[in-house]
Design a protein around this ligand. Structure first.
Ligand SMILES: C[S@@+](CC[C@H](N)C(=O)[O-])C[C@H]1O[C@@H](n2cnc3c(N)ncnc32)[C@H](O)[C@@H]1O
Length: 245
């Protein structure tokens, strides 16, 4: 799928994704934190987030960080509604301008990532750091998304996930790899039903009930119940940290 056709597709369900995130804003905290913890963010740094969705990363950044979100689908919330162009590429940022670029859970929608990776390189400053975190090919999460979500949501799901060659692809764009890890963590919910409702809303699952989605989560991913009564849905991303120099 090219970047434009994917964006058209995600525009259809971006509103529901955003609604789920606003109804349950802390469910994915561990996912954002595992990415943030990869870099030392200090006062005055310029941080790009692409694709930013509804700018969820913003609340995890320390005070004094200058945040530049970029989101190609206009069905997501944007704090600054004046941003004119929102096509994914080229990135709407000047060359060598950013200290850190986060890309979380977005690039698996893009078949040819070369231009995007080249753009990541272009907009980062000389000592800039990229944190790319997305679903890994053949992982439980990949199977859950492509098999269960794709069969039951409004748009289908066919991920072009990160794989063993992604780090080499980043090197071709000019990056040096700092770390390349699989990160396991939880999406956290007050109870099991909230987990099903969140996932049905986030992924725009309309063909089955949230109870059926709970069963699928248990089958595909697994859950853990904590002493405080909360429920953790097991989730996993492939996180690559790369430097421009
Ligand atoms: C699962 S959301 C991730 C958003 C946010 N980073 C988060 O973690 O919630 C998927 C994102 O991919 C974005 N997107 C749209 N078109 C894209 C494209 N062609 N390539 C990559 N991402 C795209 C969507 O707009 C959406 O923000």
């Amino acid at each position: 799928m090219n970047s434009q056709s994917y964006t058209d597709l995600f525009t259809l369900r971006g509103g529901e994704y955003d609604r789920a995130m606003r109804l349950n804003p802390s469910a994915r905290d561990q996912e954002f934190l595992q990415a943030i913890e990869k870099v030392n963010l200090t006062n005055g740094m310029k941080v790009i987030d692409v694709p930013a969705g509804g700018e969820y990363l913003r609340s995890f950044l320390p005070d004094g960080i200058i945040y530049f979100p970029h989101e190609p689908c206009d069905t997501f919330y944007r704090q600054n509604n004046d941003i004119a162009s929102n096509s994914l590429l080229p990135l709407p940022f000047e060359e060598n301008g950013a200290d850190v670029l986060f890309s979380i859970a977005g690039v698996h929608h893009l078949e040819d990532k070369t231009e995007l990776f080249n753009e990541f390189f272009r907009v980062l400053g000389k000592t800039g750091t990229l944190v790319l975190s997305d679903v890994r090919e053949d992982s439980k999460v990949a199977k859950f998304l492509d098999n269960y979500v794709g069969s039951n949501n409004t748009t289908g799901h066919q991920g072009i996930f990160l794989h063993s060659q992604t780090a080499s692809e980043l090197k071709k764009s000019g990056f040096s790899i700092i770390s390349d890890t699989i990160e396991s963590f939880y999406w956290i919910f007050d109870d099991i039903l909230s987990m099903g409702i969140f996932c049905n809303t986030l992924f725009d699952i309309k063909k089955v009930s949230s109870k059926q989605t709970v069963d699928a989560i248990i089958e595909y991913l697994g859950i853990d119940e904590f002493p405080d009564g909360k429920v953790g849905m097991r989730w996993e991303l492939h996180t690559i940290v790369a430097r421009k120099s």
